[in-house]
Design a protein around this ligand. Structure first.
Ligand SMILES: [Zn+2]
Length: 311
């Protein structure tokens, strides 16, 4: 599929013929009066800020007048969203951008995406959601396709008021060494899950910090390493040619890479704006949308606007 920018005419077609206010997620419309909305009119950036709406019909009027290039809603809730004042709480969000992944098993150029890296982005989002469910007992969360990756929106009442989110981020990303990685559950399990995700995508170019024979051995024995990790074996990296120094270097690099798989600034910033599901990602002509069934969701069949099919 060709990811081409939408023309102003195509944007108008989308907002007048295809976009429906009922596609805006309930978790946004239920709190619409507390959120700030931001509009990018023509691809020059979100210069139209401080918008507030009483209901989705007011939003609809603005959408159909503007046919915007892009639309965001605040993850924060405010008493006075039109002044961005009176912060009360904010969604906990994770932004997984397929084009910015530090390790991808496809051959995409930096900044490009394909079916493979979008699928890998989804796998990562699902892994993060497993951790949030298992270790933080979070139930109220949503996955959205952002146009070039995935967003996770957590709306759990216990999480919304939290102002410092860096510890949650560090935990969920598996970016620090656990004291005992063989423990059955908790952080050790999260760390093993995240390690498995990154190891399964690596090829020799991602291991260029190791000597070439060591990198080759790691790739060659990857299935064994992943099996050992799953079985919680103490010496899971014990494969021919990989000594202690290489093992330490390898683990350190994997944790560093895992820390880069989400945009941490988005999670930590509790006054962020994030692309509004149902709207058009005009740069690539795809629809940002809520994902109902992550297991079967395929953006290349679900998130393509009609005008692209007819191009
Ligand atoms: Zn790709």
């Amino acid at each position: 599929m060709e990811f081409r920018e939408a023309t102003p005419q195509e944007r108008m077609r989308y907002y007048h013929e295809e976009w429906d206010p009922s596609d805006v997620p309930r978790f946004i419309t239920d709190s619409i009066e507390e959120r700030e909305f931001a509009f990018d009119h023509n691809g020059q950036g979100y210069n139209d800020r401080y918008n507030a709406f009483h209901n989705v019909h007011e939003l609809e009027t603005k959408m159909k007048t503007l046919n915007p290039y892009a639309v965001c809603a605040s993850t924060a809730y405010y008493e006075r969203p039109q002044q961005r004042e009176g912060w009360t709480r904010a969604e906990l969000v994770f932004d997984i951008d397929a084009k910015d992944q530090p390790v991808r098993s496809c051959d995409c150029e930096p900044g490009s995406i394909c079916e493979t890296c979008l699928e890998e982005g989804k796998e990562l989002a699902l892994t993060i959601m497993d951790t949030l469910r298992d270790d933080f007992a979070i139930r109220d969360m949503y996955m959205a396709y952002s146009g070039r990756g995935y967003h996770i929106h957590v709306l759990d009442e216990n999480v919304l008021p939290l102002e410092n989110r860096s510890a949650i981020l560090e935990y969920v990303m598996g970016a620090v060494m656990p004291t005992d990685f063989q423990m059955m559950g908790g952080y050790a399990r999260t760390w093993r899950r995240m390690l498995a995700v990154i190891i399964s995508k690596m090829d020799e170019k991602d291991l260029s910090f190791l000597t070439s024979p060591v990198a080759t051995s790691v790739i060659e024995h990857r299935p064994t390493i992943l099996r050992n990790l799953e079985a919680r074996k103490a010496d899971f990296l014990n494969v021919p040619g990989v000594g202690k120094t290489s093992r330490d270097k390898f683990l350190e690099r994997c944790m560093e890479l895992n820390g880069q798989t989400v945009d941490g600034k988005v999670t930590i910033d509790t006054k962020r704006i994030l692309r509004l599901p149902s709207t058009l990602h005009s740069k690539i002509s795809m629809i940002c949308m809520l994902v109902d069934d992550p297991e079967t969701f395929d953006p290349l069949s679900k998130a393509v606007p009609r005008f692209v099919e007819e191009r």
